[in-house]
Design a protein around this ligand. Sequence first.
Ligand code: NAP
Ligand code: ZN
Ligand code: ZN
Length: 353
Amino acid sequence: MKITHAYAAQDAKARLAPFEFQPRELRANDVLIEILFCGVCHSDLHQARNEWRNTVYPVVPGHEIVGRVAAVGTESVKYQIGDIVGVGCLVDSCRHCPGCQEGLEQYCENGFVGTYNGTDRFDGTTTYGGYSSQIVVHEDFVLRVPENLDLAGVAPLLCAGITTYSPLRHWKVGPGQKVGIVGLGGLGHMGVKLAHAMGAKVVLFTTSPSKVEDGKRLGADEVVISKDAEQMAQHANSFDFILNTVAAQHDLDQFTNLLKRDGTMTLVGVPEHSHPSPAVANLIFKRRAIAGSLIGGIAETQEMLDFCGKHGITSDIEMIDMNYINEAYERMLKSDVKYRFVIDIKSLNKQAA
Ligand code: NAP
Ligand code: ZN
Ligand code: ZN
């Protein structure tokens, strides 16, 4: 098998730099994918810098992968050479626990195998992600990409798309509801597009006045600057559901205050430092809830891709070369990305040639 060219971080302080590794030989049900595009998720930055304190180095991030099938294992039946496919945050799970049996592999009770920084269940090696020229994945964890969508814009759907789609579906967002999306980054902008496509009235909360017009273009009916207490107060007690995508520690009470009785705010951001404890009276007096949600299972990820195909939804992206990744991380930290960086893997192959 050809060597894999990649970018890796060697420790929490290191810049990402070129790295090579030998991929595993194809197992019976594996698929070899030549990667075309890989989105840059804030989780990549958290993990490259060991902000979740569980990173195994070297780490090759990337879990928003779109590519072309280049080879299939002897018993692999789902995909053929040449198919355009996607890989998200999961590449395996135990397959038999209650979570797996319900198609909720992300909640596998024995621990799902992450696309990177995961541990392969068979050989114990650490998985490497999509900042690379190719990846080998069991066919059950490979997704079919709708033919009508721009492929670079599809890549972010594999994490940002499913991470927002899944809670919007779970909490049954739809027509007649007022839904808030907090933070207009990679996840948030997908949340706005998806909630709008599901028929809800969408209000975007942003800290960046420069994003107001974009918020509306992306599908928000209203945009609120969350630092403006007066604007916030106008929405008190009015939301059925709020999806909070913020990647940094912040005060949750300013948003729980905006929920109706029985409303829920679901957190998907995983900041390095925990949020201050929320005021319980805010919850108790209106039976409000704060919840969490983790990506989505394989079946739901396929459902989300098909939904996006039907509605013509992709991510708004800024395409970058592989060697721009360290600058991209710095800009992501300043909320300066509209609205997802996507690596053109051609640039990595050219660099390696
Ligand atoms: P991102 O592109 O960096 O977007 C985060 C947005 O949060 C920013 O654009 C900004 O929006 C807002 N923000 C940033 N700092 C803030 C602060 N101090 N106070 C208030 N708002 C702030 O990140 P992402 O890729 O969307 O990821 C968001 C978070 O979700 C990350 O923590 C990531 O690890 C996590 N994540 C979780 C899951 C899951 O399964 N639960 C999956 C993927 C990612 P404005 O400029 O509009 O304010
Ligand atoms: Zn992600
Ligand atoms: Zn399981």
